[in-house]
Ligand binder design. Structure first.
Ligand SMILES: Nc1ncnc2c1ncn2[C@@H]1O[C@H](COP(=O)(O)OP(=O)(O)OP(=O)(O)O)[C@@H](O)[C@H]1O
Ligand code: NI
Length: 323
């Protein structure tokens, strides 16, 4: 296993209270696999990513769980080791490409600097590699683009540059948090395809965070559905999208008019997510579930194998179908 998150619980404290943003989250990613993390706003997707990267804010505490990357416990790494991991072995792409780019440095120099740092080659060679890597992310006239500043590029072009940067080491794992959310639909689809192709070529795994099941359907082999800081269902994309078991997953799919078209925002599911300061004793989704049973309000369900003997499909629901 490349990445193994086990029973991760993360809390944030403020002056008055504590928010439990993640509760017992377990997610694993194999070498070369593209795994989608999907869920509505506030479900804990970004907190999961930031925990892996060691980038949580100061008011966060990891109350339980472990994260192993290539068998090494990330929480026991020195700050320097974690920094080395980040950017080199684990690449990152976020929603807003400008945050990853130096605003007053030419594109080619930004890329060359990173390549020069990661590989033992001269700056001149690194610059040549930088131009090649721009071509690899399908940027036309890479020599010319290398001489531009980020503000001279469109959003889609900038995100391509960020992907080139993130892939330059090249990493074994790419964590992409809503990488295409800010882009328009056609560009979105091209960029997803690009990430998928690059990952296949290099054997890179991707953790793709999205609120969009259409994106999951387009590129992910496996999917993890999160709700209120918990994993409520996981399995292969096919299993989860074709035979969803959790009422939340079903609602998400029901809220999507056409899975074949990406960029469909999730329609609202009636009700509100639970108060993370005061998590309910039962199922986190019970208050919004149309099929809740008395036990759902009292006891917390755990992830269990879903129906039909598949060893990969798990769901956390008292009403799950077994068999
Ligand atoms: N530094 C922080 N202090 C307090 N609460 C935080 C902090 N960071 C995140 N949270 C809370 O943790 C919960 C999970 O947030 P997270 O950003 O992971 O959601 P998300 O699934 O990425 O949502 P989105 O789709 O909006 O990006 C939210 O309730 C959020 O308000
Ligand atoms: Ni987020």
């Amino acid at each position: 296993m490349l990445l193994e998150i086990k029973n991760l619980t993360v809390e944030f404290s403020s002056m008055q209270d504590k928010i439990k943003a993640l509760q017992n989250v377990s997610i694993s990613i194999k070498q070369g696999e593209i795994v989608g993390i999907v869920g509505e706003s506030g479900s804990g997707k970004s907190v999961t990513a930031l925990t892996i990267l060691g980038l949580l804010e100061k008011n966060a505490s990891i109350s339980s769980g472990s994260i192993h990357y290539k068998g090494r416990n990330i929480f026991s790494l020195e700050k320097k080791e974690l920094q080395a991991l980040r950017g080199k072995e684990i690449g990152m792409v976020f929603q807003e490409p400008m945050t990853a780019l130096h605003p007053t440095m030419r594109i080619g120099d930004q890329l060359a600097e990173v390549i020069h740092r990661h590989r033992k080659i001269s700056y001149k060679e690194a610059y040549q590699q930088a131009v090649l890597s721009l071509a690899e992310v399908q940027i036309n006239e890479p020599h010319l683009v290398a001489r531009k500043f980020p503000f001279e590029l469109s959003g889609g072009m900038r995100q391509r540059v960020v992907i080139a940067l993130a892939m330059s080491a090249p990493p074994d794992l790419l964590i992409a948090d809503e990488p295409t959310t800010a882009l328009d639909v056609t560009i979105q689809s091209e960029i997803l395809k690009l990430m998928q192709d690059l990952a296949a070529k290099r054997g890179t795994s991707i953790m793709l965070i999205t609120h969009d099941l259409g994106v999951v359907a387009q590129v992910c082999q496996r999917v993890v559905v999160m709700y209120a800081g918990e994993v409520v269902e996981t399995g292969t994309t096919e299993e989860v999208l074709q035979k969803p078991q959790h009422p939340y997953t079903k609602a998400l799919i029901g809220a999507l008019p056409d899975l074949a078209t990406p960029d469909q925002p999730l329609l609202a599911i009636p009700g509100e997510s639970p108060d993370l300061r005061n998590r309910p004793p039962g199922c986190v989704f019970a208050s919004r579930c149309t099929r809740s049973l008395p036990i759902c309000l009292e006891d917390h369900p755990t992830l269990e194998l879903a129906q039909m003997g598949s060893a990969t499909h798990e769901v956390s629901c008292w009403g799950r179908e077994t068999g």
